[in-house]
Design a protein around this ligand. Structure first.
Ligand SMILES: [Zn+2]
Ligand SMILES: [Zn+2]
Length: 238
């Protein structure tokens, strides 16, 4: 029987690229490493969301800014046996966001104005590049999210059924959505600060550490993982 022991954060922010971020890429990586995680995906807010990247820059410079945050965390992790992977959290409309995994700088450079794509086109482009999509906190209620708009998760692979900073009821509705739509599930801390409470209490748990985006997506697609929910490792369909 496989043992699921490799904790992986699937939703995290840095102050280099997220306006709401409080800690640097290196500080965030150090925090997860200290907490015993095997790795993390940095999912800074993309350009139509709460980005800290200067929107007046040319496309290539903006994309390189996102990539630099990832590279800084990765450089910090070098030689420590800690894996840092690249992702983004894209706001597709009405305050609703999608966590995007398995893409890299080449993909971003090849898709100028990606943040302006229709959701359908965005999902298709990510999938064509071998990526994986999970609807972030689909039922979160907050001032920046338009009330009463249903999540449009048809073209996504998964639903973030546990978001550490969501209310239990918001997460419960997300579990229902995943079940009804027959989607995979993810868990994320959505952490924005190095000493935040989510560290240790969210993310997915693998039986091996995915060392690159390709393996990450393979393990996600295969459903070969469990979820970290409030610090407990539970089945992904539990
Ligand atoms: Zn944020
Ligand atoms: Zn987030």
């Amino acid at each position: 029987m496989k043992e699921y022991t490799y904790k992986f954060e699937m939703h995290s922010h840095t102050n280099w690229c997220s306006a709401c971020g409080n800690s640097s890429p290196e500080e965030m990586a150090a925090a997860y490493w200290d907490a015993g995680y095997a790795g993390m995906v940095i999912t800074d807010h993309f350009l139509s969301g709460n980005s800290a990247v200067d929107r007046s820059l040319p496309w290539e410079d903006k994309m390189r800014a996102y990539w630099r945050a990832y590279e800084a965390a990765k450089a910090w992790a070098q030689g420590k046996g800690f894996t840092v992977l690249f992702g983004v959290e894209h706001l597709y409309g009405n305050g609703k966001e999608v966590l995007t995994y398995g893409i890299g700088l080449d993909f971003l450079l090849a898709h100028p104005d990606l943040h302006k794509y229709s959701l359908k086109d965005y999902c298709a482009a990510v999938h064509e590049a071998g990526g994986f999509l999970s609807h972030a906190h689909p039922f979160r209620r907050a001032a920046y999210i338009k009330d009463g708009v249903e999540p449009q998760n048809e073209d996504m692979d998964a639903v973030e059924v546990f978001n550490f900073y969501n209310e239990d009821e918001e997460n419960r509705l997300a579990v229902e959505l995943a079940r009804e739509a027959g989607k995979l599930t993810t868990s994320g801390g959505d952490e924005h600060i190095q000493d935040g409470d989510a560290i240790g209490k969210a993310g997915v748990v693998f039986a091996e550490c995915p060392k690159d985006n390709k393996r990450l997506v393979e393990l996600l697609r295969a459903g070969d993982y469990m979820l970290n929910v409030k610090g407990r490792v539970v089945p992904r369909n539990g």
